[in-house]
Design a protein around this ligand. Structure first.
Ligand code: PMV
Length: 332
C-alpha cells in the first residue's frame, strides 16, 4: 500500500476556435492538424482517483451513479497507461462529477480526461510536467490535451510517430485577456447523432474536402495566434467562423454525409450575423453537435444571450468566461 494515495483534480472544458477534425494516428489520438481553443471557467469536471490494492478492477462512478461498461473500459485503458508509467499494479476507484450541466450541451470528455490525467498521475505518485499531462490527456480524448492549460491554448500537430510533440501549450493565459465570453446557445436535448471519433474517421476516408480542410488549418492557426496576441476579437472571430464552417463542410461532404445542425443551429447563426450587422462584435463556432457557441466581449454577453434566447428553437443559453487549466484540489 505504501505510496498509494488519492488525489482530486478539476478541469474546465474548452471550445476550439480553430478546430481539430481528423487524426493522423487513431490509436494515439494524434491530430492531423493543430488547433486553438479557449478553456472555460465553471464548466468542467471534478475527479477523484484512489488507487487501492484491495480492488480487483478499476471502478468508475459518474455523477453519483456507477458508469456503464463502455465508459469504465475507456477510463481503465487510460489508467493502464498511468500504471505502466508508475510501475503500479493497483486498481483505482474513480469518482467523477461534471460541473458542466449536461443540459448545456457541452462535451465533457475534454475536461474529463484532463482532470483524470492530473488526478491519476498524482495519485500514482508520478511527477509529470504540464506537457506530459497534456500528452496523457490527449490519449483519452484529443481535445482534452488543451484543457490542461487555461485561457487561450494551442495544440500542436506534432511530427513524431510516438506523439511526444503532439501536445498543447498556452498561447495566452486567461487572465491576460479576461473580458471575452463564450455564450452557448443550446438547441436540442437529444444525444448527438455520431461521435467525433467515428465522424472524423469517416470524413478522412470518404470526404473529397478532407485534404483541403487539413491544408487550410495552418493559415487559420497563424491568423488566430496573431489575433490572440493582439487581443483582436474581430480578427479572431472571423477565423473562428471560417474554421467551424470549413470543418462542418468537410464532414457534410463525407459518405454518408455528417450533418450536426438543426434548424435552430442555422437560426442562431443568423442571429449572430444580424448582431454583427448592428455593430455588435459576435462570432459563432459549432462543434460536433447542433449547439452554437458565440464569442463576444463580457460587456456584450447579456445582449448576445438575450438575442439567442429569442431565436426560434434555442432552448437556453449559458455564458462562460475564460478559466484556469486543470489543477489539483486535494491530495489524501
Ligand atoms: O476530443 P474529441 O475527439 O471529442 O474531438 C473534438 C472535436 C471538436 O470538438 C469538434 C473540435 C475541437 O477541436 O474540439
Amino acid at each position: 500500500m505504501s505510496g498509494l494515495r488519492a488525489a482530486t483534480a478539476v478541469a474546465g472544458t474548452n471550445i476550439a476556435l480553430v478546430k481539430y477534425w481528423g487524426k493522423r494516428d487513431a490509436a494515439l489520438n494524434l491530430p492531423a492538424a493543430g488547433s486553438l481553443s479557449l478553456t472555460l471557467d465553471g464548466l468542467g469536471t471534478r475527479t477523484t482517483v484512489s488507487f487501492s490494492d484491495a480492488l480487483a478492477a478499476d471502478r468508475l462512478s459518474l455523477n453519483g451513479a456507477p458508469a456503464d461498461a463502455r465508459a469504465t473500459a475507456r477510463v481503465a485503458a487510460f489508467l493502464e497507461r498511468v500504471r505502466a508509467r508508475a510501475g503500479l499494479r493497483a486498481h483505482a476507484e474513480v469518482t467523477t462529477e461534471n460541473t458542466v450541466p449536461t443540459s448545456a450541451g457541452l462535451a465533457s470528455s475534454a475536461s474529463g480526461f484532463a482532470a483524470l490525467a492530473v488526478a491519476a498521475t498524482h495519485a500514482a505518485g508520478l511527477g509529470a510536467s504540464p506537457a506530459e499531462l497534456s500528452e496523457l490527456a490527449r490519449l483519452g480524448s484529443g481535445s482534452a490535451a488543451r484543457s490542461i492549460f487555461g485561457g487561450f491554448v494551442e495544440m500542436a500537430r506534432g511530427e513524431r510517430d510516438d506523439g511526444r510533440d503532439a501536445v498543447a501549450a498556452p498561447t495566452l493565459g486567461g487572465d491576460a485577456w479576461s473580458d471575452v465570453r463564450l455564450v452557448v446557445a443550446v438547441t436540442s436535448d437529444a444525444a448527438k447523432a455520431i461521435g467525433s471519433t467515428e465522424a472524423m474517421e469517416r470524413t478522412a476516408r470518404t470526404s473529397p474536402y478532407h485534404a483541403a480542410w487539413i491544408a487550410s488549418v495552418p493559415r487559420d492557426l497563424a491568423e488566430a495566434r496573431a489575433a490572440v496576441a493582439s487581443r483582436d476579437l474581430a480578427r479572431l472571430g472571423v477565423v473562428a467562423e471560417r474554421s467551424a464552417l470549413r470543418m462542418h463542410a468537410s464532414a457534410m461532404a463525407a459518405e454518408p454525409g455528417i450533418l450536426y445542425w438543426n434548424p435552430a443551429t442555422l437560426a442562431a447563426m443568423e442571429t449572430v450575423t444580424a448582431l454583427r450587422a448592428s455593430g455588435r462584435a459576435a462570432f459563432f463556432t459549432i462543434d460536433a453537435g447542433p449547439h452554437v457557441k458565440v464569442l463576444c466581449t463580457a460587456e456584450s454577453a447579456s445582449t448576445v444571450a438575450d438575442a439567442l434566447l429569442r431565436t426560434p428553437g434555442v432552448l437556453r443559453t449559458v455564458v462562460a468566461a475564460p478559466g484556469r487549466g486543470a489543477h489539483l484540489v486535494e491530495v489524501a
